[in-house]
Design a protein around this ligand. Structure first.
Ligand SMILES: Nc1nc2c(ncn2[C@@H]2O[C@H](COP(=O)(O)OP(=O)(O)OP(=O)(O)O)[C@@H](O)[C@H]2O)c(=O)[nH]1
Ligand SMILES: [Mg+2]
Length: 359
């Protein structure tokens, strides 16, 4: 079997992992390379997977738990891509509330699949403007651990900051995390993505040794509320899907704001008979950002996937979803098809290899 380069891109919820991976995949495909994606989530019905399908990017998902707890499923996903499309490159995105990837994902993959996989240095994305206020201390700990195990720190969303601020942030990061490459990337700047690709295509992983306090890690996971839902819209009058999504985001945001709940990432994907849409909000009162702007074709039906990750109990998320159902315009009937609200369980990795000796 031909060798595959595996690039794992981690980082906190909503930092920009999927956006970077999708654009990088498109750039690699333009170079004539075969590329596959692996998505990951604690639940099923994953917006990131739906978006990959719309963009015609080959994708396999590992659902119902993070890569470390579903290591067998990750192996199956990689093998499936290797057998079906023989990818030169696989880009894999672990859940944004995941850490200890070096010990639980990278080292086990090196131990069992060195014959077919070349594993790139672990990239961790950081959004320096991200405000984690509103999240409990354990979530801050999780965020720090993610960065501490990075082999490459990518300062994401470089386009949203002044050059001087970017330089200052990289300087601070370099002092906090010495001996580590740091680069700034914007997902709307192909030059910066190519620079990142150059690094992860030509270097190999040297996983860092990191002691993680699993009690605090589990506390962080438990402090997050997760909602994965699919809903169906049917209307007696045609409507524009972007208007409906804008209203739904507002209703959801308001319901959480009323309870003082911090949003990590709220994303929605919609499919009508004629067009697709995808929109995200990565903080309370943050403006929506559109990753798929739908065609302005009125519709009377749509299927919507909603993924929300917030700093609150699942019950509040269920209530926020109800606000969308109750407050949609009367001519649009909103039916919840599937709904899963939960707190991620304490991580129980299949393997935990603390040193290279295990490899
Ligand atoms: N301006 C700008 N926006 C970005 C950039 N990268 C991501 N975004 C936006 O941020 C939002 C969240 O990005 P995602 O790529 O979905 O983030 P993620 O890390 O995959 O999120 P999770 O999978 O939920 O952890 C999207 O709406 C993107 O358009 C960037 O470089 N610049
Ligand atoms: Mg993502």
């Amino acid at each position: 079997m031909a060798r595959t380069r595996l690039i794992v891109v981690g980082g906190f919820l909503g930092t920009g992992k999927t956006t970077l991976i999708h654009r990088a995949a498109q750039l690699l495909m333009q170079r004539g390379l075969r590329v596959g994606l692996v998505t990951n989530d604690q639940g099923v019905d994953i917006v990131d997977t739906a978006l990959a399908h719309v963009r015609h990017l080959p994708v396999v998902e590992v659902s119902g738990g993070c890569f470390c707890c579903r290591f067998g499923d990750l192996q199956v996903a990689i093998a499936h891509l290797q057998q079906t499309i023989a990818p030169d490159v696989i880009l894999a995105e672990p859940v944004g509330s995941c850490t200890d990837l070096a010990a639980t994902v990278i080292r086990p993959l090196r131990a069992f699949h060195a014959d077919t996989l070349d594993i790139a240095p672990l990239t961790i994305l950081l959004d320096p403007q991200r405000d984690l206020q509103g999240f409990v201390a354990a979530v801050h700990y999780l965020h720090q651990q993610q960065l501490a195990e990075a082999e490459l720190i990518v300062v994401a969303r470089a386009d949203t900051q002044l050059p001087a601020a970017l330089i200052a942030q990289q300087h601070v990061l370099q002092q906090r995390y010495p001996e580590r490459p740091i680069m700034a990337v914007s997902s709307v700047d192909d030059v910066s993505i190519s620079r990142w690709l150059e690094f992860v295509l030509t270097n190999v992983a040297v996983p860092r040794a990191l002691e993680i306090d699993y009690v605090r890690y589990a506390e962080a996971e438990a402090a997050l509320g997760w909602l994965n839902a699919t809903i169906n819209l049917t209307a007696t009058r045609a409507f524009l899907i972007d208007s409906w999504l804008t209203g739904a985001l507002f209703l959801f945001d308001q319901a959480l704001l009323a309870e003082g709940v911090a949003i990590a990432h709220l994303k929605m994907h919609a499919q009508t008979p004629d067009t697709s849409a995808k929109v995200s909000v990565t903080g309370t009162r943050y403006p929506p950002s559109w990753d798929l702007l739908p065609k302005q074709i009125p519709t009377t039906s749509a299927d919507v996937i909603i993924n929300a990750r917030v700093g609150a109990s699942p019950a509040l998320l269920s209530n926020a979803l109800q606000q969308i159902v109750i407050n949609s315009p009367s001519y649009i009937r909103v039916t919840i098809v599937t709904q899963a609200c939960f707190q991620p369980a304490p991580p129980q990795p299949t393997y935990r290899m603390m040193t290279e000796e295990n490899v």
